[in-house]
Design a protein around this ligand. Structure first.
Ligand code: BGC
Length: 747
């Protein structure tokens, strides 16, 4: 270990590994470790204003408030995410921030999670692809990103204590996969360990999660930082691989660490390794662009990103786009007092704020506004409703702005219902009685109930669109921007249809992920539950035609790569972007799998009448499933179906392809079952040799295998008259391993 670090005593070292305040680390010139500034967060920089030393959610410095992740996820556009990351990184750099605490990579397990607005999707591929792009953008500015909250932090109820009970396959394939993609693809310089426990272990103190999976398997070489206050035992956390405790624990953490060192519970080498990583983080973030960021350009980017992320859920009779030459009634307080970001640690103090009402009335000078409801909870206001109905009656076109109030979606609290506020529903009902042709514009950070949808001819989901959301929604409503967003989360028909229903948010400090792999569309599609709007859905003002799908499998470095090629045509009269989605159905008869899973996607921009060849590549390994028996990823051989479409429920083309059997199965061990031994040719031979081969009457052997096949070899010895003891089983496993080695050596 470098001498500067060795020059410090244990107490000094321990101090360097905890925050010195809410947002800083102490640093030490002697040890060559810079003092670092860490701030939130995913949709812009929230740096506490000078002098704010409180718990950290007070006044903050102005910064561009970009659309929240719930919105940008609907763009399905990694390039956009990289640009957004770069912009946030530039602002962070200019404010002297070293670590920007994001992106949020947790999977949307239940639509009720109060923090879903800070997460991308219910799908790990989409989450990982977008998250990696954002990290690359941020880190290109010399600012570290901090993917969070690692891992399985999917609810706000009991968020600091809840124990997530989840099987390893589900954890690997659903909840860790996005993090894995981000770590492997964009090498984040930090990762934030979550508050919750997983199968009994604190995520921030779990050596399996932090050392084995994150560092050894995925190759993470950065700093693991705790979520704010996640550490309960500093010595255990350090020993598990958590480098930096945040925020300052007023000396508690460092004292625990020193006590752990004295007691031999923590290795001094591990402490030095953590310090070395912290020093490296200081180096990685030392060079930042000096020029001040162009905040006007960032506002324009926020507008563009918001517009590209809006999802046109419904558009009967091509009601939208509206015409700027006709009159317009803008109804709903949210058009004047926008809901544009979520509440909690991600809250940004925007550099400016647009509203839909101002932006629309600038484009359509005669437009009229009626509030229709109050944002504060309460009974419907019949006077406001009557005024709104009058306004709606008198206009050629009507936009009704609905959504969730601030208090409904916030860090620290889950929702208890999917319903929109009663006053808003009552307003829509009253307007629908006089006009069937209204467009509803939604603002919310996660899906809402949709019983009211038949009362609107068009529905535009804007999510939480950031500071330029008012202009962005105007761009889409008036057709300057053709909507191209696609749902990154399913809209259910009822709360009772959602995958985690009955298992969310748990009880007695535990939550059981009983739905297993069937999260999001994996649930709706496999269980044949009809959603209100499916995953991947989103309409356009133009039409796209899919044709000519061909699937090919080629060998790349001994592994099989699947390539899908198709033609995509814009058959309408406007330029537009389509997100081509590729789902794969695995061969029947193997391990249980969701009926289809998103395996690739591509956003394609097409001029009217243009046709383009679209190619999607499935890298080797991307169809693998995790095998909990062996602890390895496995490719199932057989015939797969490629399904290409415009949403998970709008599959336009299919093609089949076949994958050959992958590498030979791993050798059975002493605790593998008799059936597993018999299935493996070499193992079966070793068994036959040991027990006098001639397996006798094949019929008897087969029925014996049916009966006894599920018995682990080392348990066979517990049966009366068994020729095998547990020791024999171990010896047989050793013999098998030797044989396999000999075989390998001779080939
Ligand atoms: C949140 C993190 C956030 C941190 C610092 C925690 O309560 O869970 O997402 O980065 O506070 O504000």
């Amino acid at each position: 270990m470098p001498s500067e670090i060795n020059g410090l005593d244990q107490a000094e070292k321990a101090e360097l590994l905890s925050g010195s305040g809410m947002w800083e680390t102490p640093g030490s010139e002697r040890a060559g470790i810079r003092s670092l500034v860490l701030t939130d967060g995913p949709n812009g920089v929230r740096l506490s204003a000078a002098g704010d030393t409180g718990p950290g959610l007070g006044e903050s410095r102005p910064a561009t408030c970009f659309p929240a992740e719930c919105a940008t996820a609907s763009s399905w556009d990694p390039e956009l995410l990289e640009e957004l990351g770069r912009a946030a990184g530039l602002e962070a750099a200019a404010l002297g921030v070293d670590v920007l605490l994001g992106p949020g990579l947790n999977i949307k397990r239940s639509p009720l999670c109060g923090r879903n607005f800070e997460y991308f999707s219910e799908d790990p591929l989409l989450t990982g692809s977008l998250g990696a792009a954002w990290v690359t953008g941020v880190q290109s500015c010399g600012v570290a990103a901090s993917p969070k909250h690692f891992a399985a932090n999917n609810q706000e109820s009991y968020r600091m204590t809840v124990d997530v009970i989840v099987d390893e396959r589900t954890l690997r394939e659903i909840y860790l996969r996005g993090f894995e993609t981000v770590v492997r693809r964009s090498a984040p310089w930090t990762v934030m360990a979550a508050y919750n426990r997983i199968n009994g272990f604190h995520a921030a103190q779990d050596p399996w999660l932090l050392r084995q999976v994150l560092r050894q398997e995925w190759g993470f070489d950065g700093v693991v930082v705790s979520d704010w206050g996640a550490v309960t035992d500093r010595a255990a956390a350090l020993a598990a691989g958590l480098d930096l405790e945040m925020p300052s624990s007023s000396g508690i953490g460092p004292a625990e660490l020193v006590a752990g060192l004295d007691a031999g519970l923590v290795s001094p080498d591990d402490v030095d390794a953590s310090l070395a990583r912290l020093r490296e983080l200081g180096r990685r973030t030392a060079d930042k662009p000096a020029a001040p960021p162009d905040l006007t350009a960032h506002d324009a980017l926020a507008r563009n990103a918001a517009a590209r992320s809006m999802v046109l859920l419904k558009n009967d009779g091509a009601l939208l786009p509206f015409s700027s030459a006709a009159t317009l009634a803008v109804v709903g307080e949210l058009a004047r007092t926008p809901r544009y970001q979520g509440s909690g640690s991600s809250r940004v103090n925007p550099t400016r704020l647009s509203t839909a009402w101002t932006a629309l009335s600038e484009r359509i000078p005669g437009a009229v506004f009626a509030a229709g409801y109050l944002l504060e909870p309460g009974a419907p206001d019949e006077d406001l409703i009557a005024e709104a109905v009058r306004a709606a009656r008198g206009a050629d076109q009507v936009a009704v702005f609905l959504g969730l109030p601030d208090a409904a979606e916030t860090e620290g609290l889950d929702r208890s219902t999917l319903q929109l506020p009663q006053a808003q529903l009552r307003l829509l009902e009253a307007i629908a009685e006089v006009r069937p042709d209204v467009a509803v514009v939604l603002a919310n950070g996660s899906v809402v109930a949709t019983d009211w949808v038949p009362k609107a001819a068009a529905v535009l989901e804007t999510w939480l669109p950031g500071q330029a959301g008012g202009e962005a929604v105007t761009d889409v409503l008036l057709g300057d921007v053709n909507p191209s967003g696609k749902l990154a989360e399913t809209f259910p028909r009822r709360l009772a249809d959602t995958p985690a229903y009955g298992n969310f948010p748990g009880e007695a400090g535990q939550v059981r992920y009983g739905e297993g792999l069937l999260v999001g569309y994996r649930w709706y599609d496999t269980r044949m539950v009809e959603p209100a709007f499916p995953f991947g859905h989103g309409l356009s003002y133009t039409e796209f035609r899919y044709s000519g799908l061909e699937a090919t499998v080629s060998n790349r470095g001994g592994e099989e790569e699947v390539r899908a090629v198709l033609q995509l045509a814009n058959t309408g009269a406007r330029e537009g972007a389509e997100v081509v989605q590729l789902y794969v159905a695995a061969p029947a008869g193997g391990a249980p799998r969701p009926v289809q899973e998103l395996r690739a996607f591509k956003r394609v921009n097409l001029a009217p009448g243009e046709t383009r060849t679209v190619e999607l590549v499935l890298a080797p390994g991307s169809l693998d499933r995790f095998d909990p028996l062996t602890g390895l990823w496995a490719t199932d051989p057989g015939t797969y179906e490629l399904r290409v479409g415009s949403s998970s429920r709008d599959i336009r083309l299919t093609a089949a392809f076949t994958l050959a059997a992958a590498a030979p199965k791993p050798l059975p061990t002493a605790s593998s079952t008799l059936a597993e031994w018999m299935e493996h040719p070499l193992a079966a031979a070793v068994l036959a040799e040991a027990f006098g081969a001639g397996a006798g009457d094949p019929g008897v052997a087969a029925s014996m295998l049916t009966l006894m096949g599920s018995l682990p070899l080392d348990r066979l010895g517990r049966f009366p008259g068994s020729p095998l003891s547990a020791e024999n089983a171990a010896a047989l496993a050793r013999k098998l391993a030797e044989r396999a080695e000999q075989q390998e050596g001779s080939t």
